[in-house]
Design a protein around this ligand. Structure first.
Ligand code: NIG
Ligand code: FE
Length: 423
């Protein structure tokens, strides 16, 4: 056996039922095991899977402490599932701190983007950087995410745009996936912006005829493991029809559809994504009522990104309407040069305050439902026998402190455990 955590004040299992996501009313509360008499415990087996959860006394009837490679006394503390960050852009060089100043002075995101800044500014610094340099900054960012409790993270490309540059970013992500203790779900996002000097139509053809087939070949050769396809479906980026074609082509090579939609402009992205049976759509600040209904019907996860709305003074995405319509809602940090946030505890706090989500809703969105957005709803995001042993231990006697204490996660998180291993 790998790990025993015993005597905890609370173990937040998120759900005790055999579910792959939670929606609507079932997001109202999380399942918590609590016992004032000896506390609660979690045991992880040598495969890194959860072997048992229950009262410390009961677990100690099953195994002795000496059966475990590591034992943690969690007296007075809480155990939660590791967080799943459903949306990040972690591989790029440089920064955009000057644009932060421009936005504070009133410039809009699309104004900056259309005048050659924004994503284009980051593409320029990224393509000038070596693979080794990109890997170093990527590793540093991912390790900080892990320290903040994220054990699984979705990671997009999108700062290469042209074929060779995008493939290089995929390789850098693949290296991190193989070498680092954080679990990654890699997303190809070649359609993050239209490369300079090309029309959206030309870029669409290059993606479909050149980039996607190259990725297919590399996946066959097992040099790459890409899971999702993304596009930035937005006015003056890729329109809804171009987005549909790109996503469809990705789906045909076995990728899950998981894309940026209805963020700055109502594009009917949600309606289009639901038609394609997208696994997830991110942003959705401008989603229509019909789009929400379509997502509920197709079971598409809504990945909400409160950092973006916060930084860009956008109307926040309609979390309440999505939850009321029984769309599974997940959260992501959207870590990128525009929204420089690596920590899911901060994201959950923003989701509660800005999107009017309750703390249980935010936790479900940052664990089980985020796992569902990455096709991991039956294996990750909850503390149940047979699921992965991805856990965090916080030094507080009520789990809600991890959301309530804004900016304090570094002081609250005592241990992060990935596959039963303390990292
Ligand atoms: O999710 N909307 C498009 N992509 C990112 C921003 C990327 C950037 O500005 O560099 C987002 O917010
Ligand atoms: Fe994004």
């Amino acid at each position: 056996m790998k790990l025993l955590i015993h005597s905890a004040k609370q173990v937040v299992t998120v759900s005790n039922k055999d579910v792959t996501f939670l929606s609507g009313q079932s997001m109202k509360s999380v399942d918590v095991l609590e016992n004032n008499n000896g506390g609660v415990a979690v045991a992880v087996d040598s495969d890194g899977k959860i072997a048992a959860v229950g009262n410390t006394e009961y677990i100690r009837e099953l195994w002795k402490d000496s059966d475990f490679e590591a034992v943690i006394d969690a007296t007075g503390k809480c155990v939660l599932p590791g967080f799943v960050d459903a949306h990040t852009h972690p591989v790029w060089a440089g920064d955009r701190v000057h644009e932060f100043a421009m936005k504070l002075a009133g410039a809009s995101y699309l104004e900056i983007h259309n005048s050659g800044g924004g994503i284009y500014f980051t593409v320029d610094s990224t393509v000038r950087c070596s693979a080794e340099g990109l890997y170093k900054t990527l590793k540093d960012r991912l390790m900080k995410m892990l320290e903040a409790g994220t054990t699984t993270v979705e990671c997009k490309t999108g700062y290469g745009l042209e074929t060779e540059a995008e493939l290089l970013l995929l390789k850098v992500l693949q290296r991190a996936k193989e070498e680092l203790p954080i679990e990654m779900s890699i997303t190809y996002c070649g359609a993050h912006a239209v490369p300079r000097g090309r029309t959206p139509q030309e870029a669409t053809e290059i993606i479909i005829r050149d980039q996607i087939p190259r990725i297919k070949t590399m996946m066959k050769q097992k040099v790459l493991c890409v899971e999702n396809i993304d596009v930035f479906c937005e006015n003056s980026v890729f329109d809804t029809e171009q987005s549909r074609r790109i996503l469809q082509a990705g789906k045909e090579i076995g990728l899950r559809i998981n894309f940026h939609g209805d963020e700055l402009t109502a594009m009917k992205s949600a309606e289009m994504g639901a038609q394609l049976e997208a696994t997830a759509i991110s942003h959705l600040e401008e989603v229509s009522k019909k789009g929400i209904e379509a997502m509920a019907m197709s079971g598409t996860v809504a990945v909400l990104l409160p950092t973006t709305a916060y930084i860009m003074h956008l109307r926040p995405p309609p979390a309440r309407q999505l939850i009321e319509a029984a769309v599974p809602v997940a959260l992501g940090s959207d870590f990128n040069p525009n929204a420089h946030c690596l920590a899911m505890p901060t994201v959950m706090n923003l989701a509660c305050v800005m999107l009017s989500m309750s703390m249980p809703e935010a936790l479900i969105a940052a664990t089980l439902n985020a796992a569902a957005s990455l096709g991991r709803g039956s294996t990750h995001g909850a503390i149940q026998k047979g699921r992965v042993g991805d856990l965090i231990i916080i030094n507080a006697d009520k789990w809600e402190h991890i959301i309530y204490q804004l900016g304090s996660h570094n002081h609250l998180i005592d241990f992060v455990v990935k596959n039963g291993k303390i990292v």
